[in-house]
Design a protein around this ligand. Structure first.
Ligand code: GDP
Ligand code: MN
Length: 426
């Protein structure tokens, strides 16, 4: 299950073209909403963005894939320490030192620095490593041969879910200000799957971009290879921004590759990345869906739909979820108790539990909550429970007897937990 976009607070992490950029932590606004992002906006349910439901590769990984299909990229070395960055510069000469995070807009955030030699590379890496870029810690930098860029082109193949086909998107005015480029300066060409991207179409695009004649063939060659990579990887997005003109040649200076995560199983050859936080990984390993957010109310419900609805209602009444945990539609009392333990460990100001008892019986849920309370010698924060369905009367009675807020109305429960979270603590 995935978070509803409404819960992601700007400034964006999960993005059309990047989750975590705006991801679990707050989408809505994405620092690098390129033209491919607009495709996603039209049909966010299917994430043409390569945002939700996408496995994103780091830039250096994406460039590895592009190299394998013959697309020109600069020579680069991955570095985890300033010393390794200095060593890369000794080998490569002047370099661009670039933060490796699964989000765009690194340049504007100070995550891309140019270095003339080893000393500057060491200093650049020291400054970038450990930085926080849109909520993501930088653990590695990629040091690449520095390019003398004379033009920055935008070139992407994105899945246009609404159009049910891939889309080539290009602009002669790429780079970090891509979101400012007017629509008239962006070329879009739908690609018919049976035909693929014929070189003559790519050359037409080059002409529309008014590229110099000498770059028409190289551009067409790169576009066709990007399309090949897009198809072969089951990608949702292959984006080069910029595709740089440097020394009269075309070189991919920045690349993103987002894969359809439903198709990732078909690609054991591709690297894996995870956007989960440490806690998210631990909880997910238990088979529970868990996403950390930034508010103060921990939320648990049993099923994806009811969990999303709970977040909506909570937000409607002014509550801010700290996280949410979906214990699953058929969750038994055991997993539910375990889930509550996890939520309490995240230090919320209050907890909202919303259960629809079908197979799960409400009295069992109540028993599980009481058991957690007993085992901890009482729960230090207010717990508000909304219970409906099988045996709801017994369940709510048990909880009320133990002094907990128990409701059958989602609205009342949400209002109550918002009030309790806002109340001053003794
Ligand atoms: P982003 O901000 O996350 O999209 O990161 P990019 O890799 O696209 O870098 C941002 C900008 O830095 C690019 O648009 C370029 O203008 C510039 N840049 C990146 N690499 C180089 C390089 O090797 N040489 C030069 N001169 N500029 C670079
Ligand atoms: Mn870029």
């Amino acid at each position: 299950m995935r978070a509803a976009p409404g819960f992601r607070q700007p400034p964006g992490r999960d993005c059309p073209a990047e989750r975590r950029a705006c991801g679990a932590r707050g989408e809505a606004v994405c620092p690098s909403q390129g033209p491919a992002a607009a495709v996603a906006v039209r049909d966010s349910a299917h994430g043409a963005d390569g945002g939700e439901g996408a496995l994103k590769l780091y830039e250096y990984m994406a460039k590895g894939v592009l190299t394998s299909v013959g697309v020109p990229v600069p020579q680069g070395r991955l570095a985890e320490t300033p010393e390794e960055a200095a060593a890369a510069a000794r080998e490569l000469g002047p370099v661009a030192v670039k933060a490796q995070v699964l989000v765009g807009g690194r340049g504007k955030a100070g995550g891309v620095r140019l270095a003339g030699g080893p000393d500057e590379a060491r200093a650049a890496a020291a400054a970038i490593l450990g930085m926080d870029i849109h909520g993501l810690p930088v653990e590695r930098v990629y040091c690449e041969e520095r390019l003398e860029i004379s033009q920055e082109i935008y070139l992407a193949i994105a899945l246009d879910a609404a159009g049910r086909r891939p889309l080539l998107i290009a602009s002669a005015r790429g780079g970090v200000e891509i979101e400012q480029v007017p629509e008239k300066d962006i070329v879009r060409r739908g690609i018919d799957l049976p035909w693929g991207l014929p070189p003559y179409v790519a050359r037409q695009v080059a002409a529309r971009l008014q590229l110099p004649a000498a770059l028409t063939s190289p551009f067409s060659d790169i576009a066709c290879k990007l399309y090949r990579a897009f198809r072969e990887c089951d990608a949702e997005l292959v984006e080069c921004n910029p595709l740089a003109v440097a020394g009269g040649r075309l070189v991919v200076a920045d690349a993103r590759l987002n894969l359809d995560d439903d198709a990732v199983w078909r690609h054991p050859e591709l690297p894996r990345t995870s956007e989960a936080t440490e806690l998210e990984s631990r909880v997910r390993a238990l088979g529970l869906s868990f996403v950390e957010l930034e508010g103060d109310i921990a939320v648990m419900a049993n099923g994806a739909g009811i969990t999303m609805a709970t977040l909506d209602v909570l937000q409607h009444f002014g509550g801010r979820p700290r996280n949410f945990l979906d214990a699953g539609g058929g969750a038994a009392a055991g997993p539910m108790a375990q889930a509550l333990d996890i939520l309490l460990a995240t230090g919320p100001r209050a907890v909202l539990i919303n259960i629809f008892g079908g197979i799960t019986r409400c009295d069992e849920v109540a028993a599980a909550i009481l058991q957690v309370s007993e085992s901890r010698g009482g729960i230090p924060v207010p717990v508000v429970v909304r219970l409906v369905g099988t045996n709801e009367e017994q369940g709510t009675a048990m909880l009320r007897q133990a002094g907990m807020s128990a409701f059958t109305s989602m609205r009342e429960a949400a209002e109550r937990v918002v009030a309790l979270a806002a109340a001053p603590r003794p």
